[in-house]
Ligand binder design. Structure first.
Ligand code: ACO
Length: 329
């Protein structure tokens, strides 16, 4: 029998506090009309001060394990995709390993910004297909509000907090991960950065004064790359899987901006608009977590029949991008 890596359970977690466009109007020089027309966002979630990426990730992970009917003690390996770890060391994966009670699991963080979820899924798939492990827990968790400059109107309206998780297993029923295409371009690294806080510009009074510990983005440039790269990744992924656009039931793009999503949708004319899943209006851009939050919501609100195919695509700092083709069993 051909070995497969399957998503046998998904989970997500969103903090309770809602930050609306009207709230942002009171914080920076912006309007609800500008934010909705330029991004499609109406509100986003913000974690409590004492709620971190580890807490949100653990909450999403426990839901994914319950959905997969798997005990935490059966998890062999934990991969956490985050650009907002609790701290540089230890990894957020180790903190979550303790929180969920999986002491025998290896645990590591990976860094690929908004594409982190797809990079982690790809690694999980490889670990399963190689026979190294049976059950890998992929967790995406972001507390972007800690790295967002709420005096910078060009970025602060975009980001929200939240987490998602996937159980990837060799056995059981679920969504088979048929194909994943990934890419990166370090030549464009400067387009989307948090410049301070690393060894290049360690945290100091000067980095804080210059607000280098916050996300800086060349929005226009990132927008163009995002559309181009996600379209190409989707097409490469479909080609590699010998799958036609018409065979796709759902497209779940990274929820960075509704205009980016609509621009990608135009490049897939056979896919009806209501088959492109969106959460951007209510959660904003939750970076690595976004595709997983949308997939979890889709699976909870719609029936996905055996044989149906779902295409995920993401794009982020690095630059990084990717697409993953899933097939329901
Ligand atoms: N409210 C009102 N006006 C604003 C706001 C705001 N919140 N933000 C910017 N503006 C102004 C600008 O100052 C500018 O004014 P000017 O013309 O007087 O200079 C004007 O609006 C237009 O600004 P643009 O930056 O050209 O606006 P644009 O239409 O490009 O939208 C946006 C900006 C929403 C950031 C868009 O470029 C975008 O979504 N980019 C991609 C983001 C993305 O994909 N990120 C993915 C990766 S995220 C990650 O990896 C963490």
């Amino acid at each position: 029998m051909i070995k497969k890596a399957k998503i046998t359970g998904t989970g997500s977690y969103l903090p309770e506090r809602v930050l609306t466009n009207q709230d942002l109007e009171k914080m920076v020089d912006t309007t609800d009309e500008w934010i909705v027309s330029r991004t499609g966002m109406k509100e986003r979630r913000i974690a409590r001060p004492d709620e971190f990426s580890s807490h949100m990730g653990a909450a999403a992970a426990l839901k994914a394990l319950a959905a997969a009917h798997l005990d935490a003690s059966q998890v062999d390996f934990i991969l956490v995709a985050t650009l907002t770890p609790d701290c540089p060391i230890p990894s957020t994966a180790c903190l979550i390993q303790k929180m969920i009670g999986a002491p025998q699991a290896g645990a590591v963080d990976i860094s690929a910004a908004c594409t982190g979820g797809l990079y982690a899924l790809s690694l999980a798939r490889a670990l399963i297909l190689s026979g190294t492990y049976k059950n890998v827990l992929v967790i995406c968790s972001e507390k972007l509000s800690s790295f967002t400059d709420y005096t910078d109107r060009s970025t602060c309206v975009l980001f929200g907090d939240g987490a998602s998780a996937y159980v990837v297993s060799s056995e059981g029923r679920g969504l088979a991960i048929e194909q994943i295409q990934l890419g990166a371009d370090g030549e464009q690294a400067e387009l989307l950065v948090i410049p301070g806080g690393g060894c290049r510009q360690p945290t100091s009074a000067v980095t804080i004064e210059n607000r280098l510990h916050f996300i800086k983005m060349s929005g226009n440039e990132v927008f163009k790359h995002a559309v181009r790269r996600m379209e190409a990744a989707c097409k490469e992924c479909l080609d590699a899987a010998d799958c036609k656009e018409e065979e796709i039931s759902w497209l779940i793009p990274h929820q960075a901006n509704v205009r980016i999503i609509d621009a990608i949708a135009k490049r897939f004319p056979h896919l009806p608009g209501d088959r492109i899943y969106k959460t951007v209006h209510k959660y904003g851009n939750t970076s690595a977590s976004s595709c997983g939050i949308a997939l979890d919501e889709l699976l909870k609100t719609h029936t996905v029949h055996p044989g149906e195919k779902i295409l995920l695509t993401a794009f982020g700092s690095g630059l990084t991008w990717g697409a993953a083709l899933l097939r329901a069993e």
